[in-house]
Design a protein. Structure first.
Length: 308
């Protein structure tokens, strides 16, 4: 992992190696934190953050679901993120804000623990590998079901909830696959461990709806918009497991993974990335890197503060 010089933590810029928490930090014991994954891309106009306000809004909503009052406003977080990227001299990076319950009383009632916040940035390459992004990954359906709305809140991007993804990821990586696909508690296709999923069949694009316990992915929304702008029909409906194997094309979307095609599912061949996947991937990549005029408003150019 590439480190950066500075991390922003509770209102201050601190050296990477000094960004520390106490061992009795509540979130470390009980997973009581929420986070975001955001990417900043090098564009002709300089570094620019993809759908920054949308990510910060989701962070606030996740915090609210766990009864945490955000210690900073959206604008404050946006500005310090710009400054952090500039002060680290980064042209492109991954951005990880975390809002969490800090050191305080032990025990499950977190309400007396302080709500703390940090933002870390680092250079992060293709999450499922450059090869996977270009030629597709091998996926396997996990035996673990995606967290159900009966026990947790699938729409919250909360730290503890990721134990579900961690179990699925370990299961399939030990079996030699690149990524896990989780079914939801009803047995329909939900998503990857950190990506939403799209299925293409007979020219139509299908993706599971919110009722399938998915995370409301910001890239998912962007890709739906791009695909519709390209003239494709995109349908949000339940997807049966075997539809993955019967699909003409399957791809994943997420901030870390961007748009990554799936070439094999449960040892059944889907094939190399198809025409629709490639077309959507190209426009999406242009949007991320500021090459698509139509989607320019999705980018938040990093404003370099004068003191940087
Ligand atoms: N589902 C899950 C479970 C998920 O974690 C992500 C993002 C998505 C869907 C796609 O959401 P979006 O990025 O808004 O399009 N996963 C983040 C964390 C990945 C990680 O390994 O850490 C990410 O991609 O940043």
């Amino acid at each position: 992992m590439n480190t950066a010089d500075l991390i922003w933590m509770n209102g201050e810029f601190v050296a990477w190696e000094d960004a520390k928490v106490h061992v009795l930090t509540h979130a470390l014991h009980y997973g009581t934190g929420v986070f975001e994954g955001i990417r900043c891309y090098e564009t002709e106009q300089g570094p620019a953050i993809f759908r920054h306000p949308e990510h910060l809004d989701r962070l606030r909503r996740s915090a609210e679901l766990y009864h945490m009052d955000m210690p900073y406003t959206r604008d404050e977080l946006r500005e310090v993120t710009h400054e952090l990227i500039a002060r680290n001299g980064l042209r492109s990076c991954y951005i990880r804000p975390v809002v969490y319950r800090g050191y305080g009383p032990m025990g499950l009632d977190p309400l007396a623990n302080p709500v703390e916040c940090f933002i870390a940035v680092w250079e992060w390459g293709a999450y499922l590998g450059e090869e996977g992004k270009a030629n597709g990954v091998r996926a396997k359906t996990s035996s673990w079901r995606r967290i159900s709305p009966e026990s947790l809140m699938p729409q919250a991007k909360a730290c503890g909830q990721y134990l579900n993804s961690v179990l699925a990821k370990i299961e399939v990586s030990k079996a030699g696959y690149d990524e896990a696909i989780l079914l939801d508690h009803k047995g329909v296709v939900c998503e990857g461990t950190g990506e939403n999923i799209f299925v293409v069949r007979d020219g139509e694009i299908v993706t599971p709806p919110y009722s399938a316990s998915i995370l409301d992915g910001i890239n998912r929304r962007s890709i739906i918009e791009i695909a519709r702008d390209l003239g494709y029909r995109v349908v949000e409906r339940d997807v049966a497991r075997e539809e993955l194997a019967l699909a003409d094309e399957v791809f994943l979307s997420g901030t870390a993974a961007e748009l990554t095609p799936v070439r094999e599912i449960d040892d059944l061949e889907i094939g190399p990335p198809g025409e629709i996947t490639r077309q959507v991937q190209k426009v999406f990549d242009d949007a991320l890197h500021g090459r698509a005029e139509r989607y320019r408003e999705w980018l938040d150019p990093v404003q370099v503060p004068s003191k940087a």
